[in-house]
Ligand binder design. Structure first.
Ligand code: GLA
Length: 398
């Protein structure tokens, strides 16, 4: 399977591609007219900088060409009628009852519908017009795999409502509105990275995004190497509570460290040297979580310099240390992700590998010399099957 580093989410105006055709046909069948708008929004892979986006840290994601496609039109009755083609499920809810999260019959909204409903809610909170909507949508971003399937849905619907109502806001602002939907409506205290990457992605580039200043710049991907994604096929439940717990531990660490470093606003303000000086005053869990964050932020800075001087070896080494830290200090890896990373140590041409996204299952991202990529993909799949009895899905991404 091939996937590419993709551009940002957008309404499509040109000839629909294959995927658009599907949603268009389904829309016509379901709603009896042609869609007024077709939109797309990509998933993302994060090259380095994990769990730092809610600690004001910098991240280095890239949008991929796995995406959500939505065909839509205005619903004149102020209702939202959604058809999730992949799940073969439909729901209808009123825009006047978003707060109670129920469908038109008063039943709780299905989990998948919370994302578009949350975006409608958040757009309204931001004072933007949200029109009634008819939509059919499909996604080929694997769910729960660390490739931002939820952010792609959110941004996809954000772009759709924007196109239908005709207001104009910056992609970054749309990303923030979508993040608020996820934080306050869906209930995951995520940072801004995923919605940002989906809304602001640049084709064939990673994005260096400073989640404190909100400044970003495209970073060219290394030459002569491929980015390969390996999906462990494992999805762990309770991700939301484990994720929110991690964030709470970071906040607690900041509170405790303030006794010694009164000016810090977040772990971004703690240097590795300061952390070494004061870490003994933290309880074990907070110490481990904070150590990951402080050092991961430093790793992203080093990774950006490595990219700029085309030092793939250094970039790869930083990926391996990021993984070890996510495994041992942040404790968000799984045995299967660890095996995927370990296997790469013996594969020729692999410069670095790490879990990508929140963890708790999902995918690894690998940096591999182009001439070794095909062999790498085959051997990784075989090795994983031998060690775990499971099938890994391996995508060439760039
Ligand atoms: C999830 C969240 C992001 C980020 C990553 C971990 O994908 O949505 O905000 O925190 O986990 O880096």
């Amino acid at each position: 399977m091939v996937s590419n580093i993709s551009g940002a989410a957008q309404p499509s105006t040109g000839t629909p591609n294959g995927k658009d055709m599907d949603v268009t046909q389904e829309y016509e069948r379901e709603f009896g007219s042609k869609p007024a708008c077709i939109s797309r929004a990509p998933g993302r892979v994060n090259l380095i900088g994990e769990h730092v986006d809610y600690n004001d840290g910098p991240v280095l994601p890239a949008a991929i060409d796995r995406e959500v496609n939505i065909a839509s039109g205005v619903n004149p009755n102020n209702l939202v009628r959604l058809f999730a083609l992949d799940l073969d499920e439909k729901v209808t809810f009123g825009l006047d009852r978003l707060n109670v999260k129920v469908d038109i019959d008063g039943s709780p909204l299905p989990a998948w519908a919370l994302y578009p409903a949350g975006v409608a809610w958040s757009l309204m909170e931001a004072g933007l017009e949200v029109k009634g909507l008819n939509a059919c949508f499909t996604s080929n971003v694997p769910i729960g795999a660390g490739l931002s399937s939820s952010a792609a849905i959110e941004v996809g619907f954000g772009v759709t409502w924007q196109a239908l109502a005709g207001w104009d806001i910056k992609p970054l602002e749309l990303a923030q509105i979508c993040q608020r939907a996820e934080n306050e409506y869906v209930g995951l205290s995520c940072g801004l990275m995923d919605q940002f990457a989906s809304a602001c992605g640049v084709e064939n580039h990673a994005l260096y995004f400073d989640t404190r200043s909100l400044e970003y710049q495209p970073a060219p991907l290394p030459k002569g190497v491929n980015i390969i994604i390996a999906d462990s096929g494992v999805r762990r439940s309770l991700t939301t509570s484990a994720y929110n717990e991690r964030r709470a531990s970071c906040e607690k660490a900041v509170e405790l460290l303030r006794e010694y470093l009164p000016d810090i606003g977040s772990l971004r303000d703690v240097s590795p040297v300061e952390f070494a000086a004061y870490k003994e005053f933290l309880p074990e869990i907070e110490r481990m979580r904070a150590e990951h964050i402080v050092k991961e932020i430093a790793r992203v800075q080093s990774a950006l310099s490595a990219l700029r001087r085309s030092d793939d070896l250094a970039f790869g080494a930083l990926m391996y240390s990021s993984h070890a830290s996510l495994r041992d200090l942040y404790e968000v890896s799984t045995p299967e992700l660890d095996i995927l990373v370990e296997l790469t140590r013996d594969l020729p041409g692999c410069l670095g590998a790490r879990l990508t996204g929140a963890g708790f299952g999902g995918c690894t991202v690998n940096l591999v010399r182009q001439e070794n990529s095909v062999e790498f993909m085959e051997k990784l799949e075989c090795g994983y099957q031998e060690r775990t009895g499971r099938e890994a899905r391996v995508y060439l991404c760039y």
